[in-house]
Design a protein around this ligand. Sequence first.
Ligand code: GRF
Length: 194
Amino acid sequence: MIKLIGGKRLNTAVFISGKGSNLKNLIKFSLKKNSPIKIRFVVSNNKKAKGLNFSKKYKIESRIFTYSNKQITENQILKHLKKREIKLICLAGFMKILSKNFIRNFQGKILNIHPSLLPKYRGLNTHERAIENNEQYSGCTVHLVNSKLDSGKIILQQKVKINKKDTAKTLKKKIQKNEYVLYPKAIKKLISTL
Ligand code: GRF
């Protein structure tokens, strides 16, 4: 659990690779009156990530890291995070796997949102697999990041009903709507005010 000292907002970085709809949602959440976070930095491994438009729009500093060498890149990212006194990292569609060493620097302080009811359907193509297996429910999970893919401690989950007519596309849309509610709730749960 992360404690807030004197009601100060926690400096937060969001890591993205693509569309950034969760980034947009987290920015809006951070701007609310009683929000426990302040988004200070956006990291992207993809210079074409559409989500970078949101950091521009809301005047949040962002930086692209090209990942030609993972270890060097992660060390650069860590320096930038330390410089900005980042205390919480929210992964939001970030398509790179963080190394053990990186995670050790932010133990218990990296969150991820995953589009399935973990531990079911770790990895990619979660909606296709859930439909193929005739699951009645799928959903989304916010969890802490550890060194194994999509395996860290679960903070919150939201179930979503799969209808007979659902395709991977319609299910993704339904689940994402729930993600926008779940991620802020999970952040609030992780951060407890003194
Ligand atoms: C989300 O659906 C999340 O579950 C997964 O990646 C997707 C990112 O979407 N980890 P967006 O870039 O936030 O729109």
